[in-house]
Each structure stands twice: as structure tokens, then as C-alpha cells.
Design a protein around this ligand. Structure first.
Ligand SMILES: Cc1cc2nc3c(=O)[nH]c(=O)nc-3n(C[C@H](O)[C@H](O)[C@H](O)COP(=O)(O)O)c2cc1C
Length: 157
């Protein structure tokens, strides 16, 4: 049976809240999904999952250091993430604060690893974005994204 994981880094809880909504939605849509802070995850844990969803606060327009460090550790099994589903989300302090560049940085790394990334023609195109604490719009986007990730993963795996 296919499995998913949502991995997040969060200092003040905004990204964590998004992560929990996405993971709940993935579970509800029929993909058994774990939700873990980045410090509880080792890079080779990724091998156990068919969908890997990464959330980071926007730090200077990029993913936060602990998330980047975890990515860098996946080099030891480079090629083995090929074909897994990937997705990303971010919280920033400002509109135009670099939310989408952060998401794109994560998706670029996923593409290099051979992962399958789906956009969204109606919802947040690259992945859910929040300005600080998720409001109702963001929560809906997180639910929608979780459902879409689960549907795609169950189709492919
Ligand atoms: C080191 C650092 C760098 C940041 N850089 C940005 C930034 O470039 N743009 C922005 O809008 N917010 C920036 N922020 C604000 C965070 O992205 C924002 O507060 C976010 O909601 C925090 O998420 P969290 O509650 O999951 O930790 C920065 C915060 C820190 C601590």
C-alpha cells in the first residue's frame, strides 16, 4: 500500500499548522501519511514513502537551513527517489516575501531527484502559500493540495 510523509520545519508554528492540515487531508483521501518535524526524520527514511511533501518557512526567499541539510543528505542514495511524488508549501511574513521562490527551490531539488511534481490550475499553482498564520483561504488550499497529492500517489503507486 502506498504511503506518504509530510516533513516540516517551523519555529513559530505556521508551517506546522499547514503540514498538519495537508497530512490530515492526505489520510482522509486514502493515502496513509505521517507528519513529522524535520528533526525527527533521517534522509534515508524518505525511501519508505511514495509521496514526500516538504514545508518550510521562507527564509530570505529560500527553504530554511534544516530542510536544505536534509535534502543534501539524500545525495547518499541519489537516484532512489526517482518516480516518487513530491510537493511543497511555505509560510512567509509578507505578500511577495518569497513564498513561491521557496516552494520552487524545494520543487527544483525534487525534480533533480527524479520526483513527480503536479501543479494546480485552480488552486495555489506551485503549492500552498501562507502569510504568517494560515487563514481560512490557506487552510482550504492545504486541504485541496493534500487531496490532490493522495489522488496522484494512489494512481501512480
Ligand atoms: C531567518 C529568517 C528569515 C526570514 N526571511 C523571510 C523572508 O525572506 N520573507 C518573508 O516574507 N518572511 C521571512 N521570514 C519570516 C518567516 O518566513 C515567517 O515568520 C513564517 O511565517 C514563519 O513560519 P513558522 O511559524 O513555521 O516558523 C523570515 C524569518 C526568519 C526567522
Amino acid at each position: 500500500m502506498a504511503k506518504g510523509i509530510v516533513i516540516y520545519y517551523s519555529r513559530s508554528g505556521h508551517t506546522k499548522e499547514m503540514a498538519e492540515i495537508i497530512a490530515k487531508s492526505m489520510n482522509e483521501a486514502g493515502l496513509s501519511t505521517d507528519c513529522l518535524s524535520v528533526d525527527k526524520v533521517k534522509a534515508d527514511d524518505w525511501l519508505k514513502y511514495d509521496a514526500i511533501v516538504i514545508g518550510s518557512p521562507t527564509y530570505y526567499g529560500h527553504m530554511a537551513g534544516p530542510i536544505k541539510q536534509l535534502f543534501d543528505e539524500t545525495v547518499f542514495f541519489h537516484g532512489k527517489l526517482d518516480g516518487k511524488v513530491g510537493a511543497a508549501f511555505s509560510s512567509a511574513a509578507n505578500i511577495g516575501g518569497g513564498n513561491e521562490t521557496t516552494i520552487m527551490g524545494i520543487l527544483e531539488a525534487m525534480l533533480i531527484a527524479g520526483m513527480v511534481v503536479q501543479g494546480d490550475p485552480q488552486g495555489d499553482h506551485y503549492g500552498p502559500v501562507s502569510v504568517n498564520k494560515p487563514d481560512d483561504r490557506v487552510k482550504r488550499q492545504c486541504q485541496r493540495r493534500g487531496r490532490r497529492i493522495a489522488e496522484l500517489t494512489n494512481k501512480l503507486h
